[in-house]
Design a protein around this ligand. Sequence first.
Ligand code: B12
Length: 315
Amino acid sequence: MQGDHFDELVEAVLKELAGLGVVPAEPRQISSEVVFSAFAPRGAVQKDVELQLDLPDLTKAEERAKPGIDQAQDAEGLLALMASTPARIGVGRAGPRPRTKSWLLFQGDAAVTQDALWRDVDETLLNELGLFVVQTKVTGGKQEYLLRPDLGRQLSDEARQVVLQRCTQKPNIQLCVGDGLSAAAVEANLRKILPVIQSGCQMAGLSFGVPFFIKYCRVGVMNDVGELLQPDVVMLLIGERPGLGRAESMSVYMGYHPQAGHTDAERDVICNIYDGGGTNPLEAGAYAVQLAQKMIRLQASGVKLKIFEGGGKQE
Ligand code: B12
């Protein structure tokens, strides 16, 4: 629409509204420019306006802890019940629907999950910890990673070459880090767990291969790493599928002499690794080293290890 014509239109509407007493009758400076500016992106028109939020931040622990049931029969009991679980109980309802608060919180928490899933692990962290980066056969970004788990279980040809060039053969422990389903999980735990595993292996007299990072990684990639480098044990630190609002949980998947054809039955997992409620990353690191020692001693992992532990094989 032409600006002049629009101005005429605005003028006509304002006159009509003034006649109805909805807007003041005095002449005012209004033009298409002014009207359009109302729809411009916020940053563009409100550069010097400070953002003021008058609503509480629903994601804060104290807000989450507030019951949504106004006249609970046992208010104290309800509070105790809510404190006993992170599950969304006692949130109340508006007729048959969730309350606005519940709905907003759900959307906020779902966004945390999506962010963790869709973004890449911070490169500065990987550089800081001296991890070089290789990729699986996924080439079409996260979308393909999610749709094709099979590609995430195989190192790309280039990755295989780089790994062979940069890593040592037949270490006791070969550690890899994978993004998996949560970048946030890797970022939250890696700085803590990696040094514990490294020093733990050193103290246990286990040789430690050159660690590296695998982008678009699935658990099954352990088989490729095992075939390429022939370590006794592969440890794969990987981001777990995030829960609603909980994205920082990591796992260590481990296998003895992983090779083509191995399944999860030949693997073990130390899961739910995060600070403040999960398995503490420092403890998890120490436990991973102990488990690796056991795997090497009994020459097994996964179900076989359980059987051998139970006396199926003499030490
Ligand atoms: C998704 C999932 C599954 C899916 C896996 C399918 C898939 N393709 O993703 C299904 C429903 C099949 C599944 C089954 C089982 N799971 Co499960 N699973 C999970 C979950 C929710 C997320 C895992 C994840 O994010 N992995 C990371 C991504 C990147 O890996 P991925 O390559 O995409 O997928 C592989 C792993 O998820 C692996 N996997 C999944 N579960 C398990 C369990 C064990 C013991 C192992 C070694 C591997 C493994 O299987 C996938 C294919 O290789 C976790 C919860 C958590 N907090 O981690 C539980 C979890 C790992 N599972 C668990 C268990 C116990 C099992 C079962 C043994 C249950 C049963 N009794 O049958 C089976 C075994 C499965 C197997 N693969 O042999 C436990 C492990 C506890 C432990 N420390 O041993 C967890 C931690 C849940 C829990 N809190 O109890 N699981």
